[in-house]
Design a protein around this ligand. Structure first.
Ligand code: SAM
Length: 337
């Protein structure tokens, strides 16, 4: 946790290394560099002031020999005149956008989907800095006057993730709101700084409408994806579409979306699935149509699997489990088996 020193928020080097995965060899030269004025020595520890974080990370990446990455911008986006396209171009320039926000090619898929089906209500789980939100909301036509996108995210501060994402952003919600304004889409996008689990548990009161398009790109753990699906998919209207991002774990490193597809969605006749390869990295996308309301109880949609995952996670957090796991006898038993 950061500390406050004389009214300034400061982060310890240990915390920054842990949160960003930066190698100490990239940090050391920055701290020794006399031209860097953002380091403070307090109680035998080194801290970086909040206003120096962007400079600090840029220097660390440079000392590590890693240039900040950006997606290559397709020609049509570079030369587009509309406010939303210009805003996207600007957003993609920021070093914190790369890797976590979807690429322009993937954004185009979502945009085209919205432009064709003209949903009245889109729910997006995981907006990050708002890039996917803008791609989708820009697909609403003038005639679709009610078309609204509900974008849910925790909107926590964004730290770099070495070596992929450089750049720091204190307040992603303000960033996303300003971008929606600049894109002339502020009236089309409603942002919710909330945990999707909390929204899902109150879905009938918060969202008293059928969802025509649900984009799940939030918590990518098995538990997170199963929760989002179990809580939001029942509100998707028959004929409505659900999009999952990052479905190829070998490329993207996340297991949740694939698990959801293989263990719940593929087994269920009410869902029809198309898997799409994506570029520049094949993280993959699944476009799922919910053809009818569920005729079977929720346990057939993986409810029991979800309950099992939740119970397991709860047990693994207990002290008794940790003591049990650390016991030498358990190791001997594991090896024997
Ligand atoms: C991969 S990013 C989303 C990228 C975004 N869709 C885009 O392409 O521009 C995942 C986002 O999900 C959010 N997230 C993770 N768990 C969440 C949860 N339980 N509730 C709401 N948002 C969550 C994170 O804060 C992060 O911004």
């Amino acid at each position: 946790m950061p500390i406050t020193h004389q009214g300034t928020i400061c982060y310890s080097i240990e915390e920054l290394l842990q949160r960003t995965h930066l190698p100490p060899s990239a940090v050391r030269p920055c701290l020794e560099d006399a031209s860097f004025a953002g380091a403070l020595r307090l109680n035998d520890s080194v801290y970086i002031t909040e206003d120096a974080l962007s400079d600090f990370f840029a220097r660390c990446f440079s000392y590590a020999g890693v240039a900040p990455s950006c997606y290559a911008m397709p020609d049509d986006l570079q030369h587009a005149a509309s406010p939303w396209a210009k805003t996207l171009l600007e957003m993609y320039r920021h070093p914190f956008a790369f890797g976590t926000s979807l690429s322009p090619q993937q954004g185009r898929v979502l945009h085209t989907l919205v432009a064709n089906i003209q949903p009245r209500n889109i729910v997006e789980i995981g907006s990050f800095i708002g890039i996917s939100s803008i791609w989708m909301a820009a697909g609403f036509s003038q005639d679709n006057t009610d078309g609204t996108l509900h974008a849910i995210d925790l909107f926590y501060e964004i730290m770099p993730c070495y070596p992929y994402r450089s750049g720091y952003l204190k307040d992603p919600l303000s960033f996303a709101e300003s971008a929606a304004n600049a894109a002339h889409l502020a009236e089309r996008i409603r942002f919710y700084r909330m945990n999707s689990y909390e929204v899902g548990r109150q879905i009938d009161t918060l969202f008293d409408f059928p969802i025509d398009l649900l984009f799940i790109d939030g918590d990518h753990s098995i538990r997170g994806c199963m929760n989002d699906f179990a809580l939001f998919a029942p509100s998707v209207s028959p004929g409505g579409i659900i999009v999952l991002h990052d479905i190829y774990p070998d490329v993207c490193g996340y297991k949740g979306p694939r698990y959801l597809l293989d263990h719940v969605i593929q087994d269920t006749p009410e869902f029809k699935v198309i898997e799409l390869a994506t570029t520049p990295r094949n993280y993959g996308m699944a476009i799922i149509q919910k053809t009818a309301h569920h005729t079977r109880p929720w346990h057939s949609f993986g409810y029991w699997k979800l309950a099992h995952i939740r119970l397991k996670a709860r047990i693994q957090k207990t002290r008794t489990w940790k003591i049990f796991k650390a016991h030498p006898f358990v190791n001997i038993l594991k090896k024997a088996l």
